[in-house]
Design a protein around this ligand. Structure first.
Ligand code: SF4
Ligand code: SF4
Length: 103
């Protein structure tokens, strides 16, 4: 099992989540953040940190977002392989046009 970042993270990237992760398993591209299922230990620390409720336990991922389970795994594998996108510190929010949780 793992935790999964889903659609509400699109264009948002508040990045509060990655700061609390004890195993530093968040990666990002231009669109959103992803959790590496190889490293996530399901501690749930990141879940309450996300202001737009984008993070779910894999087993509780809402039906409309189950495709994100594979997406998180694929994106993390690619980003990890390229040496890009590892994120462990908070950065300025993107709040792009797809962001649904401006605060
Ligand atoms: S806090 Fe939520 S919306 Fe922000 S980067 Fe993390 S998962 Fe995405
Ligand atoms: S559940 Fe825990 S280990 Fe998994 S991504 Fe969130 S903070 Fe990291």
């Amino acid at each position: 099992m793992s935790h999964i970042v889903t659609a509400n993270c699109n264009d948002c990237k508040y990045t509060d989540c990655c700061v609390v992760c004890p195993v530093e398993c968040f990666y990002q591209d231009d669109t959103m953040l992803y959790i590496d299922p190889q490293d996530c230990i399901d501690c749930e620390a990141c879940v309450p940190e996300c202001p737009v409720e984008a993070i779910f336990a894999e087993a509780n991922t809402p039906a409309q977002w189950t495709s994100y389970i594979q997406l998180n795994a694929e994106k993390c594998a690619a980003l990890k392989g390229s040496g890009d996108g590892h994120i462990t510190e908070k950065q300025d929010a993107k709040e792009g046009p797809g962001c649904t949780g401006k605060k």
